[in-house]
Design a protein around this ligand. Structure first.
Ligand SMILES: [Zn+2]
Length: 461
């Protein structure tokens, strides 16, 4: 996605070719991309001379002599090209404006989120809500004043264009990594020293990015010829599972904050170490998780979350919309659910995907709410749910006596649960685990193993 440095690069490149040229009548393919009156847009742009280009935040502005200004916001995938008329392609073309030579200004946009405006020079339109850009911020007070009451995560606040203009998802992650600040930290918890660091790093990173023509993450290109090289300067964004280049101790993690992928080093940014516990049915996972809890770890239990889901009327209504056949009136019928899970692989897959997505969201919330604390997450279907990258450390718990354990629990659905447990990918993928704890002897023995593992995990941190 084009961010401030990329838009600045586009501005600099286009300035070389556009200034002094005259536009002809715009040809608009995607009417929705024009946010102001279309006839006015066409008429005012037609026969207008381009006097200069500027940029505010992620908005590119083309100033027309004595006419007003054209504004482009490229959003997700928009691209503005100075392109030979003979090379014009209909594919993904939102609009183009012919110039008084052999070239067009062409606006391509695969996702169709990009927009454009025609405004009078004195009108602000979408620019009126923009905060200062990093380079315009004099001191940390500016940032503190805007966030000191906020309960939102600092990552979210940095993306808010009315607070700081021009920081997008990539650079917000880079700025927080460079400042050693957890993306989950609340605005009101940010200290003066941290705010100072955020502004300093934002200035430095944006400046470096501009020098390197922006990054070319995904399909973005500054212009057709110039490829950004900033990508190779990124330290944390897109580096999930890679060992942190600063501490060399832990892997970069990724979580969602307000729907946006967020990358961070749990160690350098003081997010707190996280441990996932998994294993086959009745292997002693819960006992192990509780032993972690006794050692100061905050506990998240996926099965308990599912149970909580089943006691929440609003959630049940949602589930019923997609899975009517397991309901008896407004109640979820456990017997129907288990029999569908056993008999109907299609149902099982759809249902599990639905539940895994909810659990994933809850895990994101759990990380936000327990910023800076040690965390243990009990996730029996860790591999099936593809959650093996959510925590810094993955631990398996195994037992030779799990059938006896299950019988001791007097579980009504032993046969069905053992059948479903065969589909747990634990055995197939357990070689990927960081530790395996064997639960074949006494509780004392189990405690010893857990203590040893905790020591190992925390040794270098
Ligand atoms: Zn690190």
């Amino acid at each position: 996605m084009p961010e401030l440095p990329e838009v600045e690069t586009v501005k600099r490149e286009l300035s070389k070719s556009l200034i002094g040229r005259t536009f002809s009548l715009p040809v608009i393919y995607n009417l929705n991309c024009v946010q102001t009156d279309i006839d006015e847009y066409k008429n005012k742009v037609n026969k207008s001379k381009i006097s200069s280009l500027s940029r505010e935040g992620k908005f590119l502005i083309i100033h027309l002599e004595n006419r007003g200004k054209l504004i482009f916001h490229l959003r997700m995938e928009g691209k503005l090209f100075y392109e030979e008329k003979s090379k014009l392609s209909n594919k993904h073309l939102s609009l183009y404006i012919p110039l008084d030579n052999d070239y067009n200004l062409a606006f391509y946009d695969t996702r169709k989120f990009g927009v454009t405006y025609f405004l009078k020079e004195e009108e602000r339109g979408p620019l009126s809500n923009l905060g200062l850009e990093p380079s315009q911020i004099k001191n940390e007070e500016y940032l503190i004043n805007k966030i000191y009451k906020s309960n939102k995560c600092i990552k979210q606040l940095l993306l808010d264009q009315s607070i700081i203009a021009g920081l997008g998802n990539i650079y917000a992650d880079e700025v927080l990594f460079a400042s050693n600040i957890s993306p989950f930290k609340k605005g009101r918890e940010i200290t003066d020293i941290e705010a100072k660091s955020i502004i300093k790093e934002a200035k430095r990173i944006i400046e470096e990015a501009i020098e390197n023509n922006g990054s070319t993450i995904r399909t973005y290109q500054a212009s057709k010829k110039i490829h950004g090289s900033f990508q190779s300067f990124l330290k944390v964004y897109g580096k999930e599972k890679e060992t942190c280049s600063r501490c060399n101790l832990v892997k970069i993690e990724r979580k969602k904050i307000d729907g946006r992928s967020t990358y961070y080093c749990p160690h350098c940014q003081n997010v707190g170490i996280s441990v996932a516990i998994t294993g086959n049915i009745a292997s002693g996972k819960t006992t192990v998780s509780c032993l972690f809890k006794e050692k100061g770890y905050e506990l998240f239990n996926a099965d308990e979350e599912v149970k909580r889901l089943y006691s929440d009327k609003e959630e049940l209504k949602e589930i019923k919309k997609s899975f009517k056949n397991i309901f008896n009136g407004d109640n979820l019928d456990k017997e129907l659910l288990i029999s569908q899970m056993v008999k109907n692989p299609n149902f099982k897959q759809k249902y599990e995907t639905y539940i895994f997505n909810i659990i994933r969201d809850r895990i994101n919330e759990f990380f936000i709410n327990n910023n800076g604390k040690k965390k243990v997450l009990e996730i029996p279907l860790l591999f099936n749910a593809r959650m093996e990258n959510l925590c810094a450390v993955n631990i398996g718990v195994e037992s030779e006596n799990n059938i006896e354990f299950l019988k001791e629990r007097k579980d009504k659905y032993i046969k069905e649960k053992l059948f479903l447990d065969k589909q747990n990918k634990y055995n197939e993928k357990k070689h990927r685990l960081d530790y395996i704890i064997k639960n074949n002897s006494s509780l004392e023995d189990l405690k010893k193993q857990v203590e040893k593992v905790i020591k190992e995990i925390e040794k270098e941190l």
